[in-house]
Design a protein around this ligand. Structure first.
Ligand code: NAP
Length: 249
């Protein structure tokens, strides 16, 4: 018996990076996984194939999570297809970095819509299903940047800090119905998102990590799997930093 047997999980932004690792980890623990992606159908299909090849169950679901109607339709499609929805991982995210005084409205809006509003749309839709079922776990992918800020990322930091407030509010609202909500705050994880950083920025960041290495998507996925399963049944409203000791005080 695996610890997520019989559960259905929706992971947004699961075609690459952290989301792909989360999807594969949840599937390896027994969950049926809906692999959401925005435009990269090939990468999503590869994630599904890897899960199925390892004996798990997964299907790809295209949806732009910055769009409210698309989020509602995504949750309905997953629920209809698999008959339940136990785990929602709001992982999809983008960056559009720039200094405050030069940041365009478009770059602000895009990051807020994709990284923050998406979690509201999806949690609202999934929360109704979970409350009715009297069980569920929502995991929001925040960032250490949402806790400590970062020059050049006012949009991203605001979205990630917003996710923390949203997580705690959802946890308070839904606890009496058996639904938990937690956030994971990764530090510096090696993915396409961080590969785009200049080498000098990577070197400077690495020097601030107590454990002396960048994190891997699997490091984050292990924490998400824990929060999603019953081992965390007495944990809600928490933010867990998976950052190699980058930000503790
Ligand atoms: P990534 O490698 O850039 O992958 C981003 C994923 O999000 C892709 O699967 C992409 O789908 C999807 N996505 C983007 N916009 C979307 C949209 N509008 N609708 C649906 N899916 C969308 O990113 P990552 O590094 O794995 O980051 C994953 C999450 O962790 C993000 O929320 C990020 O902010 C957070 N995080 C990352 C780090 C880090 O160091 N990497 C640190 C802290 C927090 P397509 O493949 O279809 O484009």
């Amino acid at each position: 018996m695996k610890r997520l047997d019989g559960r259905v999980a929706l992971v947004t932004g699961a075609s690459r990076g952290i989301g792909a690792a989360v999807a594969q980890r949840l599937a390896s623990e027994g969950a049926v996984v809906a692999v959401n992606y925005a435009g990269n159908a090939r990468a999503a299909a590869d994630v599904v194939a890897a899960i199925v090849g390892a004996g798990g169950t997964a299907e790809a679901f295209q949806a732009d999570v910055s769009d409210a109607q698309a989020c509602q339709a995504l949750v309905e499609a997953v629920h209809e297809r698999f008959g339940r929805l136990d785990i929602l991982v709001n992982n999809a995210g983008i960056t559009r970095d720039g200094l405050l005084v030069r940041m365009s409205d478009d770059d602000w809006d895009a990051v807020i819509a994709t990284d923050l509003s998406s979690a509201f749309y999806l949690s609202r839709a999934a929360g109704k299903i979970m409350m009715k079922a009297r069980t569920g776990s929502i995991v929001n992918m925040s960032s250490v940047v949402g806790m400590v800020g970062n020059a050049g990322q006012v949009n991203y930091a605001a979205a990630k800090a917003g996710l923390i407030g949203m997580t705690k509010s959802i946890a308070r609202e839904l606890a009496s119905r058996g639904v938990r909500a937690n956030a994971v705050a990764p530090g510096f994880i090696s993915t396409d998102m961080t590969d785009a950083l200049p080498d000098a920025a990577k070197a400077a960041l690495s020097g601030t990590i107590a454990l002396g290495r960048l994190g891997s998507p699997d490091d984050v996925a292990a924490c998400v799997a824990f929060l999603a399963c019953d081992d965390a049944s007495y944990i809600t409203g928490q933010v867990i930093a998976v950052d190699g000791g980058m930000t503790f005080s």
